[in-house]
Design a protein around this ligand. Structure first.
Ligand code: DC
Length: 202
């Protein structure tokens, strides 16, 4: 039987960590849909047409080693505003969501556009300074040279583009449970997410 968990939210809100933990807890498969847009953004940086890149996306493209880089994140956010790019990625995401055994998808429009019928929807958020702090620490640990101010500015630019675009903008579904992780540890946030999903399973 399929059971879809839709988890949306802005960059570095904790949705990726929560999604992986929730998937492991329930034994569900997990898809980080941001990787699809990052793979298309990476292809655009290689010089390809983004719509063509999205139409020809191969699961192997999701394994590229550079998809977490800040310039790929910005490119992902730019290609994500193109309706034809989004349309080319819908079927893959919906097929993943419908797989037997349950699925967790995280992104920006999972609860609103990709899986509006999902029985469990979460919108994970946190203040932008806390999110930038988390992302800065992640990048610094990987040896990427940057500053907190640069990360904060990049994040605000990306959030504004993702929220203000006409095609599937970032926003909570009406029936999403809002989880503000600003003052939560990872364990607390995961426990709240698991409880919210449990409540929709019965
Ligand atoms: O989740 P992320 O930071 O890896 O996503 C990278 C970009 O991809 C993000 O800025 C907007 C876009 N995206 C989207 O538009 N819709 C999704 N479901 C997932 C990501």
């Amino acid at each position: 039987m399929s059971f879809t968990v839709a988890i949306d939210g802005p960059a570095a809100s904790g949705k990726g960590t929560i999604s992986r933990a929730v998937a492991a807890h329930f034994g569900f498969a997990h898809l980080d849909t941001g990787l699809l847009y990052r793979a298309v953004g990476g292809r655009m940086l290689d010089g390809l047409d983004p719509v063509e890149a999205a139409e020809r996306l191969d699961p192997a493209d999701l394994e590229r080693g550079d998809l977490r880089r800040p310039e790929v994140a910005q490119a992902a956010s730019r290609v994500a505003a193109i309706p034809e790019v989004r349309a080319a990625l819908v079927d893959f995401q919906r097929a993943f969501a419908a797989r037997a055994g349950g699925a967790v998808l995280d992104g920006r429009d999972i609860g609103t556009v990709i899986c509006p019928e999902a029985p469990a929807k979460l919108f994970v958020t946190a203040s932008d300074t806390i999110r930038a702090e988390r992302r800065y620490r992640e990048l610094a640990a990987k040896g990427v040279e940057t500053t907190f101010d640069a990360v904060l500015a990049e994040m605000r630019e990306r959030d504004a583009r993702d929220s203000d675009r006409a095609a599937a903008p970032l926003k909570p579904a009406e029936d999403a449970v809002i989880l503000d992780t600003s003052q939560m540890s990872i364990d607390e946030a995961v426990a709240e997410a698991v409880a919210a999903i449990e409540a929709r399973r019965s």
